[in-house]
Design a protein around this ligand. Sequence first.
Ligand SMILES: Cc1ncc(C[n+]2csc(CCOP(=O)(O)OP(=O)(O)O)c2C)c(N)n1
Ligand SMILES: [Mg+2]
Length: 450
Amino acid sequence: MPTPAAKPTTWATATAHDTASPIDAIAAETVTTDATSAHAITTGAITIDASSAKPTIGHTTATRTSYTNATFADATPNDGISTGRITTTTSPPEKIAYPVQLVQPDGRRVLDREHAALVADIGPDRLRQLYLDMVVARRIDTEATALQRQGQLGLWPPLLGQEAAQIGSAHALHPDDYVFCSYREAGVAYCRGVDPAQITRLWRGVAHSCWDPAQINMTNPAIVVGSQGLHATGYAYAAHLDGAEIAVITYFGDGATSQGDIAEALGFAATWSAPVVFFCQNNHWAISEPVRIQSATPIARRAYGYGIPGIQVDGNDVLAVLAVTRQAVARARAGGGPSFIEAITYRMGPHTTADDPTRYRSAAETELWRRRDPIDRIRRLLEREGLWGSTFERQVRERSDEVAARLRTATIEMPDPEPKDLFEHVYATPHSLLDRERREYIAYLEGVRP
Ligand SMILES: Cc1ncc(C[n+]2csc(CCOP(=O)(O)OP(=O)(O)O)c2C)c(N)n1
Ligand SMILES: [Mg+2]
């Protein structure tokens, strides 16, 4: 039976959806199903024994199961789909779970046994590592913002305030999982092992890409809002057909949920059980558009319309984010299909360095969220639990100084590419039109150059 989690007293003002809160906590339950009836899935943390499943292909009566347990051999395709795939039915609960929180802003733990169990292995060293990575992510951001202000970068999209959402989720991934990001996930890239010297390449305008996606299993920044949702879904589906037990995660914002691409990705991922985690960083703003005019319901709730379990998490709580992302990643890797996570956080800086947020939001709002700073929260947790010390503090400072110095020096020293290099890395194989355009461009440059 569901066990209500402790409701954090500090949350009521933290949600973007005042009309939808407070929301009762609903814990996970274990359901055994014969797949002929639809079960209401509460938080998505659901275990289904599908050994006797007799799914109805292509329809929404069968509850999505684990591939390892289910037998689809005797399934009779009745809609032209012959892969034996079944679809997910997730009936939307009356209320979605209260945003998962494991650490309150003052650093005290929240009593939520179900989600705490998902991070029970996170001991002192790993907690400190989470803190360190968040500080480094912030330092990367500060350094890149300064470089843009100094004329060394054309543009930079700050991640300030979103460190817990990015580091917590990235720590849930395995090296062979694949990330499809937006433009704001430098913190995720850092956790994937990117060389800090590469992070600004795109933003300095010297390359089409920052890093080699194949090296860190993470795509380059997607500027076309929401496009990465489709790429992720296609990749996940293909990986699944290949029998690869991996998860794919796609990062996007609250604004991106209004894009057709995300809607299409959700629909396809659900019906084809693509192992993809939709990770929405609800940072309350899509440039100057507040989230309240983006969605009339909590964003996570919209996932249910597609047959995907959705969950809200306190996106400034790194442990809570790690817990729910682990859950979704495990589900995907086990063949359980897609999940949707709405991490409620806040973009503390401008949309990009080309933006001036004082034109559309109040200083009071920003101040409110500054007091919920995700880095302060884990620092308070470390202090409360006796894990803070001057040696550790010095190690954090040294590591972030080192990363920042490498990023700065590499950025300033990046060689300008040859104009013809613009045509490289556009297609994987030679392309006749592009070859012609390259030749014409070189001839043009030779004609006009002194
Ligand atoms: C298809 C498309 N439409 C519009 C834009 C311009 N644009 C860039 S970022 C952005 C807002 C995105 O907001 P959100 O999805 O909440 O992500 P955030 O920037 O807050 O991380 C818009 C409208 C774009 N890049 N691509
Ligand atoms: Mg946003």
